[in-house]
Ligand binder design. Structure first.
Ligand SMILES: *Cc1c(COP(=O)(O)O)cnc(C)c1O
Length: 431
């Protein structure tokens, strides 16, 4: 597999370089030079295969010879070790549950695959790889769980003290082993600045092998295309054209869906579902792209004002607005609409959606007012992750899964630190 930069189509880097670097030097994003079509027969006969077998075939199709088959199978066996079941709400509405992983959100797919891949790329090195992550709370949990007990890798997570939810903090601070949480007496921006400074400090990079677990790493995107095939397998035979509704923030999930379609999955259209942060629905409507500061909403993992994967979407459509509009339709919704729709889905279908999935559900309903289709909503997180909001909206208690409930009783272990670079560096080099 070779990749180029969205800023330089002549650049060629290997899969190894793209994963280890995360970002090209020119500030573009890595894209596969080729996204080959899978054999039509494989897609017609998906029902014969397990989710892991499907994942392997899709990964192999993109990675080509970057990882030998037995090793790639092993990576998939370890990373994609939980299901993505499809739940039927009515004849033309389905929910794809992507929250059955350790952090109860779809980001587990990307984080686990990236962790396994980095561990494989690092095999044979005698020096440990140190992954530095600054988190405002949301992605840190998936990354921590994804890398937990991965051989040859240690993870150092910096988070702002008192500025992440109690549950998020538990997800960062209770794993132990190769995961260390640094509780910074500062802001998320302080955490990010410290990580950046470490990467630029030759004193540190001479002594430690550093890498990041950046959300735009290609190794996080690739596994997100697997479950579109898994959904297709479960929803066929189809009575009407297939549409995926994707609750979106940075648009990684939707971009992975576009990859799946390029590989031959018969998807009629994608619905880009956003909250009030509607930069992409606006672009699809007007052809004008205006990134702006994000606003806070109920579906806060989608509070993104400058979606990082937009560059990749543009690249897939050769920067042609008209072409993108044929495949992607965008809608945005307020928190008030989200609350009502969550109640409606609960009453009408007896199904509890989380705030993010609810935005996807709303967008599908809006699309279906104009179009006949079989719709699949990507449910990106378990509602219990947002229990406080969901219980107020629905006016009753909801069921908390065992693995979330036990988290509350686990003991927090974190290293408290002032956010100055000297202390951070000293700690990093000493541990
Ligand atoms: C990250 C996240 C999203 C947004 O996904 P993108 O790939 O950034 O568009 C949606 N829902 C939940 C629960 C998330 O954690």
């Amino acid at each position: 597999m070779q990749l180029y930069s969205t800023n330089n189509h002549n650049l060629r880097v290997s899969f190894r370089e793209a994963v280890m670097k995360g970002l090209p030097d020119d500030n573009g994003l890595f894209m596969p030079v080729e996204i080959p079509a899978l054999p039509g027969r494989f897609i017609r006969e998906l029902k014969k295969y397990s989710f892991q077998e499907i994942s392997f075939t899709v990964a192999k199709n993109l990675l080509q010879d970057a990882i030998p088959d037995p090793d790639l199978k092993n990576i998939i066996r370890n990373a994609i070790d939980f299901p993505a079941p499809l739940v039927r709400l009515d004849d033309d509405t389905y929910i794809l549950e992507l929250f059955h992983g350790p952090s109860l959100a779809f980001k587990d797919f990307g984080a686990r695959f990236m962790a396994q891949t980095m561990s494989w790329l690092n095999r044979g090195e005698d020096q440990e790889l140190t992954i530095l992550v600054a988190t405002s709370g949301d992605t840190g949990g998936a990354v921590a769980a994804g890398f937990h007990r991965t051989p040859g890798i240690r993870v150092v997570i910096l988070y702002p003290s008192g500025k992440v939810s109690p549950l998020q903090e538990k997800q960062l601070t209770t794993l132990g082993h190769n995961i260390t949480a640094l509780e910074m007496e500062g802001t998320f921006d302080d955490c990010q600045a410290l990580v950046k400074a470490a990467f630029l400090d030759a004193n540190v990079t001479d002594k430690l092998r550093l890498s990041s677990a950046n959300s735009i790493n290609i190794a996080r995107l690739i596994p997100q295309s697997f479950y579109y095939f898994e959904a297709y397998k479960q929803v066929t035979p189809l009575p009407s054209p297939l549409v995926f509704s994707v609750p979106s923030g940075n648009f990684g999930n939707l971009t992975a869906g576009l990859f799946a379609r390029k590989m031959g999955l018969p998807v009629h259209q994608f619905v880009a579902a956003t909250n009030a942060n509607d930069v992409i629905p606006e672009y699809l409507e007007t052809g004008k792209y205006h990134p702006r500061p994000s606003v806070r909403t109920l579906s806060n993992a989608m509070d993104v004002g400058a979606p990082s994967n937009f560059t990749r979407m543009l690249d897939l459509y050769c920067s042609t607005w008209n072409m993108m509009r044929e495949d992607v339709v965008g809608f945005s919704f307020s928190d008030e609409e989200t609350r009502e729709a969550m109640q409606e889905a609960d009453k009408r279908h007896n199904y509890v959606l989380d705030p993010h999935g609810t935005v996807g559900y709303l967008a599908l309903r809006k699309y279906q007012k104009q179009n006949v289709c079989t719709g699949v909503v990507l449910e990106t997180a378990h509602p219990a992750k947002f229990a406080e909001d969901v219980e107020i909206i629905l006016g009753r208690k909801i069921v908390i899964p065992e693995r979330l409930a036990t988290l509350a009783n686990k003991e927090k272990t974190a290293v408290r630190m002032k956010p100055d670079y000297a202390s951070f560096k000293e700690w990093l080099l000493r541990h």
